[in-house]
Design a protein around this ligand. Structure first.
Ligand SMILES: [Zn+2]
Length: 216
């Protein structure tokens, strides 16, 4: 009893002052539901410079329109259950196919977003806070700014806004998730990832046992 009390007073992992994470609705009335709470939360937690979990690797995303979806549709790839994906909306070539998909995006997000993050609601419900943070940040690392031939970030010449692209996980930016949350989340084999995995994570050590559909 005394031991437990003591442990509660001095937790091994310091509690971060971040807003409570959004949970999927108990009952999903549709196969996919827009999750604006997730976007608001990730903006506040990862993109706001005043947040303890702010990550400047995502600074370009302050100009991005991100849409998020909860789903209970099971997505399996390579025998593994996908926990989340990050995509850029891609439209069919036919006029009606495109219009139909654009209409759906507008109904969910009010506009065509730059990126869509889809999250398995059942997996999300069972995740620890740390796994949840690592998963969302992992998806954010996919939501990259395009680079020019010299490796410099690309901007739209007309609007001055970043040009966005989906980035694979075998790039050094993914070191960030490992550095911040520990190994297990990054599937890459690069030496930098190993290096980061051996260092002490900034926000507590744990394993993510779920999978990212964009990586698979
Ligand atoms: Zn991934």
């Amino acid at each position: 009893m005394g031991e437990r009390k003591k442990r509660n007073k001095a937790p091994e992992t310091p509690t971060l002052d971040i807003p409570a994470r959004p949970m999927p609705p108990e009952e999903m009335s549709k196969a996919f539901l827009a999750a604006p709470q997730v976007v608001a939360w990730l903006n506040e937690v990862f993109l706001d410079p005043d947040s303890p979990l702010y990550n400047e690797d995502h600074a370009h995303l302050r100009d991005a329109h991100i849409g998020a979806l909860w789903t209970e549709v099971t997505n399996e790839k390579q025998m593994r259950r996908v926990a989340a994906t990050a995509e850029q909306p891609m439209f069919r070539a036919s006029a009606w196919g495109r219009a139909r998909q654009e209409m759906q995006m507008c109904e969910w997000f009010g506009d065509i977003p730059d990126f869509v993050i889809t999250i398995d609601a059942r997996i999300a419900r069972g995740m620890s806070d740390a796994s949840w943070c690592a998963l969302i940040e992992h998806e954010l690392y996919h939501c990259a700014q395009a680079l020019d031939v010299f490796g410099a970030p690309r901007f739209n010449q007309r609007t001055g806004l970043p040009v966005f692209a989906i980035k694979g996980h075998d790039v050094e930016e993914f070191v960030g998730v490992v550095r911040r949350y520990g190994a297990g989340n990054a599937a890459g084999q690069t030496s930098k990832l190993v290096e980061a995995a051996n260092a002490t994570p900034e926000f507590g050590d744990f394993q993510i046992e779920h999978c990212c559909g964009t990586c698979l």
